[in-house]
Design a binder for this molecule. Sequence first.
Ligand SMILES: Cc1cc2nc3c(=O)[nH]c(=O)nc-3n(C[C@H](O)[C@H](O)[C@H](O)COP(=O)(O)OP(=O)(O)OC[C@H]3O[C@@H](n4cnc5c(N)ncnc54)[C@H](O)[C@@H]3O)c2cc1C
Length: 274
Amino acid sequence: MKKLQWYFPDSIEEALTLLKGGKTVPHSGGTSLANRGLSSVSALVDTARLPLKYLRIDSGNLEIGANETYASVADGLRNILPGNLLIESLGHATSTPLRNRITLGGSASLFPLWSDLLGPMAVLNGEIRAEGKNGGSYDVFAWIRDHSLQRETLITSLFFPDAADWISCYYRETRVGFDYPSFTVSVLARINGKTVDTVRIALSGGLDRVVRLKALEEALTGRDVFHLSSVDVLSMASVPFGRKPSGSPEYLSAVAAVQVKRCLETVLLQEERR
Ligand SMILES: Cc1cc2nc3c(=O)[nH]c(=O)nc-3n(C[C@H](O)[C@H](O)[C@H](O)COP(=O)(O)OP(=O)(O)OC[C@H]3O[C@@H](n4cnc5c(N)ncnc54)[C@H](O)[C@@H]3O)c2cc1C
């Protein structure tokens, strides 16, 4: 059996030195690393001692340290940003033991098709902040397009500008609660009187991993909330899917569009239903 070297650095500088060369990789929650072959890896740099566990809110901008877990983010945000989309998405993802382990850094490194972070990042205009060889701040679409950005690079935080005061809806398509979602829907809106000020819609899990439904957003923005019934949401929200255990591409595409429509009804018409 291959022996792996473990390192437990206390500072980001030390961790970055250890990551040089590319055969040493970060270990955070370990939920993915534990399942994957590590033949190309010579050592693991555990991130637990790094100062990457924090939730900061400043003038509506939210920054979350990479070592916060799904569970700790959902719990922390309930106090500082009640109603935030991440409470619903991360707080109900997978099972309790996994939510207690999965970190935002590990999650943003992989962004798997079943991610409960990817769709919310897309509508919250989230940025990945990293240090090391490719240090910088990346929007989520640029980040997932280029995996080479991650070489010798440590994700330090996720940044969400203008994260407060949204009406939100999150939907994950699963057969049982702890299942991998076959797709997710994320919707954010701000409504002024009966007019849609802003609406953002993302669908993740399809062939393109995550898409913002821009044409649909434009069709609704600046219009009366009831204009929703005049828009052909089902065709505008139709995105291509691959085959999954939960259904054929055609089936998943149709069900996802229905769930986009339901989420839009929830956020745009909630006041009217009271
Ligand atoms: C059974 C199961 C079900 C799951 N279901 C869901 C689900 O429904 N929804 C969901 O969103 N997720 C789900 N996940 C989690 C997801 O698949 C990954 O396992 C998770 O994103 C990995 O996070 P981690 O903190 O455990 O990372 P690790 O396993 O520690 O690392 C994963 C990768 O990220 C890299 N990495 C870790 N930290 C950093 C960092 N700070 N900077 C740069 N790179 C880093 C590692 O080197 C590795 O390549 C599930 C996982 C399992 C095992």
